[in-house]
Write a protein that binds this ligand. Structure first.
Ligand SMILES: Nc1ncnc2c1ncn2[C@@H]1O[C@H](COP(=O)(O)OP(=O)(O)O)[C@@H](O)[C@H]1O
Ligand SMILES: [Mg+2]
Length: 344
């Protein structure tokens, strides 16, 4: 049973509020991703949970124990950073055994634990290798193993695979998910990659300027973004600025019924929800058709230069220059950074 609670946590660096009145509970065995652009406060928050930074105000507790001011080595947390910082003068075994030796465990138990965790991360038999003889992916596996071998209650990962290539990153994140589910370890995973968050998380926290924009399951964040920021940050989204007048949203070349009060609005439509139909009189024109084999993406220009994307099953039906009418099958409308209306 390991529950992490973050209550009203703020971290100010002189005039910047890196983290601003943040609240989150991570449940036992849950994997939560902190997702947000660079500078949104993800690392600062994680470092406060790991004890490497002290909150300006607020409370962090693990299983009900207040750890807000407990130093890192006395917290039941394990942290993996983007740059692994392994000890290069020690072999893999010694890197992993170090923390256990500090805990004065018997040699035989240390050996057993280190070998088990090396198997867990797919590095069985690598104990005698020097860390400098390992690939980047293997080094990150050792870094993960070094955290796991101490059996933390809470695992903290700060963009652990950001320096690796796409293919390896995808494989390692699947391995992390498998290991996390096998150990049922409560985990916070920081990433600025939406794919990574969608693939890994039980829940995603979308962060912006040190605050939470939305906390929800991945499918909900994708399908029901609560703010235009979340809508634009996760997946590909057409965001169209316009005005509502008499129950109709209007933007030159694009209009749709919208039963809300008059005023400005931002319309958000996924490419897969934007239907296009040939319309000789339309001011919206196809700019480019890209055939991906499984589907095609059609770029459409509105007269004022706004470019939209529509996904269609068949590239051959469309060509550049063709005027089309735009019919969103599902969309959301926002005003003042809040949801105004959703049509599905
Ligand atoms: N030690 C520090 N001193 C001053 N400002 C900092 C420090 N650490 C982070 N910041 C600032 O806090 C904000 C959040 O940074 P960070 O937590 O690293 O974001 P992220 O991990 O989401 O990229 C940024 O504006 C950053 O410049
Ligand atoms: Mg960071």
């Amino acid at each position: 049973m390991s529950v992490l609670e973050i209550r009203n946590v703020t971290k100010a660096f002189s005039t910047t509020r890196a983290v601003d009145d943040f609240n989150l509970t991570v449940g036992d065995g849950e994997l939560v991703c902190l997702l947000g652009p660079s500078g949104s406060g993800k690392s600062t928050l994680l470092r406060m949970i790991g004890g490497f930074e002290t909150p300006t105000s607020g409370l962090i507790s693990i299983d009900g124990d207040d750890v807000t001011r407990v130093p890192p080595e006395r917290r039941p947390t394990g942290m993996v950073f983007q740059s692994h910082a392994l000890w290069t003068h020690m072999n893999v075994f010694k890197n992993l055994a170090f923390g256990l030796k500090l805990r004065r465990l018997p040699e035989a138990e240390i050996k057993r634990k280190v070998e088990a965790v090396l198997d867990l991360v797919g590095l069985g038999g690598y104990g005698t290798r020097m860390t400098t003889q390992l690939s980047g992916g293997q080094q990150q596996r050792v870094a993960l193993a070094r955290s796991l071998v101490l059996e933390p209650k809470i695992l903290l990962l700060d963009e652990p695979f950001a320096s690796l290539d796409q293919h390896l990153r995808e494989r390692l994140r699947e391995e992390v998910r498998d290991i996390q589910q096998r150990l049922k370890i409560t985990t916070l995973f920081v990433t600025h990659g939406q794919d990574e968050a969608l693939a890994l998380a039980d829940r995603i926290v979308v962060m912006r300027d040190g605050r939470t924009e939305q906390i929800a399951r991945p499918d909900v964040v994708y399908r029901e973004p609560e703010t235009p920021f979340v809508a634009g940050f996760i997946g590909t989204m057409n965001l169209i600025e316009g005005a509502v007048l008499g129950g109709k949203f209007d933007h030159v070349g694009f209009a749709v019924p919208l039963p809300v009060s008059d005023g400005p609005a931002t319309l958000a439509v996924r490419p897969e929800a934007l239907e296009i139909v040939p319309a000789p009189d339309s001011a919206a024109k196809i700019h480019r058709v890209t055939d991906y084999g499984t589907h095609a993406v059609v770029d459409i220009d509105l007269p004022d230069g706004v470019r939209l994307k529509a996904m269609t099953p068949d590239a051959r039906l469309w060509q550049a220059g063709q005027p089309v009418a735009l019919k969103p099958r599902a969309f959301a409308a926002y005003r003042d950074n809040a949801l105004l209306h959703r049509s599905n």
